[in-house]
Ligand binder design. Structure first.
Ligand code: IPE
Ligand code: IPE
Ligand code: MG
Length: 241
């Protein structure tokens, strides 16, 4: 295995976990197709998708990753029918209510990227309660992307950077929603689509990409282990040689 330590971050995770990935992000795609294949309503696919999230968060704590970022709702997902959006909001609320105690007990620090304040007031209130409750935790960071779009994030970051002074890659990066997270190492997308759909465009500049045909509700911790093993075998050059 040939590997260079990232100039953008430390290599503490590498020594600890072997694979070296500190920050992994996932585009959780394929809930609708999973349900349609079984002649079930899409809502059931989303429900099973939440179960996949729960399994993964539980398992990820033991995989030596510092941060896991999950794409749950994009700025473009508002284009979906109202009833599907309502289903997703309901699932998000129920997920926070059912799983927050476990996160808090396991040292998980919850973080939201994206402009979640555009969500309904009751959802925003639950999110803020969950953020406050886990803010002091120092275990795995679980970042959930809600009303997140990379273009929106970069525009917001650039505006804040401009208000403070010069616009440079560094000053923009310091204002991104992910500014307090380790650099993105590995970006995974399920369901066989080979595109980024406005997710972490800036952060993915030098991330390794891993695509799988597995539909999100079928995603198991073993698939993440497979992706991490793939990552461990990559030589990252960051433009050098
Ligand atoms: C991903 O599954 C979940 C969200 C985008 C909220 P999809 O709902 O996009 O499932 P497909 O792509 O239609 O199968
Ligand atoms: C990306 O999936 C967004 C999330 C997983 C939340 P989509 O299903 O919305 O992406 P497209 O429309 O197929 O590109
Ligand atoms: Mg999709």
């Amino acid at each position: 295995m040939t590997r260079t330590a990232s100039p953008l971050g430390g290599d503490a995770g590498l020594r600890e976990a072997g694979h070296g990935a500190r920050h992994v992000a996932i585009i959780m795609d394929g809930n609708g197709r999973w349900a349609t294949k079984r002649f079930l309503p899409r809502a059931v696919g989303h429900q099973r998708g939440v179960e996949a999230v729960r399994r993964l968060v539980r398992a990820a704590r033991g995989m030596g990753i510092e941060a896991l970022t999950l794409y749950a709702f994009s700025t473009e997902n508002w284009r979906r029918p109202e009833d599907e959006i309502a289903d997703l909001m309901g699932l998000l609320k129920r997920f926070i209510l059912s799983d927050l105690d476990e996160f808090a007990a396991n040292g998980i620090r919850l973080k939201i990227i994206g402009d979640y304040k555009a969500f309904p007031a009751d959802v925003v209130e639950l999110i803020e309660g969950a953020l406050a409750r886990t803010a002091g935790n120092s275990g795995t960071t679980l970042a959930v992307a809600l009303n997140y779009g990379s273009q929106d994030e970069i525009a917001r970051a650039a505006a804040r950077a401009a208000a403070k002074g010069a616009i440079t890659p560094e000053t923009i990066e310091a204002e991104l929603d992910t500014a307090d997270m380790p650099p993105l190492d590995l970006l995974i997308r399920t369901s066989g689509e080979i595109r980024l759909s406005n997710f972490l465009l800036w952060q993915a500049a030098y991330a390794e990409l891993w695509f799988t045909d597995v539909l999100w509700p079928d995603f198991e911790p073993a698939h993440l282990e497979q992706a991490l093993a793939h990552f461990a075998g990559r030589e990252r050059r960051f433009g050098g040689r």
